[in-house]
Design a binder for this molecule. Structure first.
Ligand code: ATP
Ligand code: FE2
Length: 328
């Protein structure tokens, strides 16, 4: 069985093709980079509709697969930006009708976890999912991926990106903050906000920006911002590991590329004798392959959607999604 997956929730339009045996045949993605400032949903949606035909064509061509050989079309219906989701869904619906193949609704957060389980060859991890739009600690319990901590305001990647932008660094700023942090030497005190199992980054961001205006060294601020933000993630992740007793820890989402975060979480996992895995870079960012692979899991459990009911789901929460394939 072959599934075409379409990713379109935010900045990236991507197409992937996966087989039900876990083979990724192709993963073609195109990321919208705004000329200045942050991402405007309508601009990103315009980008998606402009690149869709080419990305789709390349996916089939590079995979050596004919469109009619596909067994279903998986679409990331949410969570994400409305205009982007609608653009991707339009492409997916059209293909579903034209090819007469089922439309498979995929939750973007579930897909980040499933591609991690596949590529890291792990079974039942405590998940640390950190990206520009999401910050979630999750683990499978009784039919769903339950949330064991999340951000109360902005996401970790967004915090790094906004700080970087205000410091005059290019977008997305996460990798630039990481690079400059390596040259940081003085720790600058910044607010550490953990409430129960949840974290908050907006106060931390405001404080870091204020220090920037006050003339503190950018390298020191990048270093301190990372240390504080990542420690917050590690604290809630550690309690979640202790509570759920998961034996594996999976780091996924765009911020998973950060070596310092990897190092800190690896230590936390080791203290609990848990295996630590990081999703390979190509699959940590938003991508079509993760939607395709999750689509194969859904289709095996008959999770499909009539086109006329395929509304986008901008606020679709991870812990509302049934994941029957996780049942032992
Ligand atoms: P989602 O829709 O799942 O929230 P997203 O739209 O943010 O995802 P991703 O590609 O998963 O997209 O993540 C992008 C984020 O990852 C950006 O905030 C970017 O700055 C951050 N990032 C990428 N590399 C690094 C790095 N080395 N260090 C820190 N952050 C990074
Ligand atoms: Fe994502």
């Amino acid at each position: 069985m072959l599934i075409l997956g379409i990713e379109c929730t935010a900045h990236t339009f991507g197409c992937g093709i996966a087989s039900s045996t876990g083979e990724i045949l192709v993963n073609v993605n195109d990321e919208y980079i705004p000329p200045t400032g942050g991402i405007h949903p309508r601009e990103a949606a315009r980008h998606h509709s402009a690149v869709a035909p080419e990305i789709l064509g390349r996916a089939f061509e590079e995979a050596g697969v004919e469109a009619r050989d596909i067994d279903g079309i998986a679409i990331s219906l949410g969570p994400g930006l409305g205009p982007c989701l609608r653009t991707g869904a339009t492409v997916a619906r059209a293909l579903s009708i034209y090819l007469n193949k089922p439309l498979i609704p995929v939750n973007h957060c579930v897909a980040h976890i499933e591609i991690g389980r596949l590529t890291c060859k792990i079974d039942d991890p405590l998940v640390v999912y950190v990206s520009g739009g999401n910050t979630i600690i999750a683990a499978y319990v009784e039919g769903k991926y339950r949330v064991f901590g999340e951000t109360m305001d902005i996401a970790l990647g967004n915090c790094l990106d906004v700080f970087a932008r205000r410091a005059g660094l290019p977008h997305p700023g996460g990798p630039y903050v990481e690079k400059l942090a390596k040259a940081g030497s003085n720790f600058i005190k910044l607010p550490y906000v953990v409430k129960g199992q949840d974290v908050s980054f907006s106060g931390l961001l405001t404080a870091a920006l204020r220090k920037l205006e006050e003339g503190y060294r950018l390298e020191d601020l990048c270093y301190s911002l990372q240390e504080v933000a990542f420690s917050m993630i590690c604290e809630v992740a550690e309690r979640a590991i202790a509570h759920t007793r998961k034996r594996e820890v999976l780091l996924t989402g765009g911020v998973a590329a950060n070596k310092r975060l990897q190092e800190m979480l690896r230590q936390v996992a080791a203290e609990h004798d848990a295996i630590f895995k990081v999703v390979p870079r190509e699959y940590a960012r938003d991508n079509g392959a993760m939607i395709a692979w999750t689509g194969t899991l859904c289709l095996r459990h008959n999770i499909v959607l009539p086109v006329e009911e395929s509304y986008v789901r901008p606020r679709w929460r991870l812990d509302r999604v049934d994941v029957p394939w996780m049942e032992a």
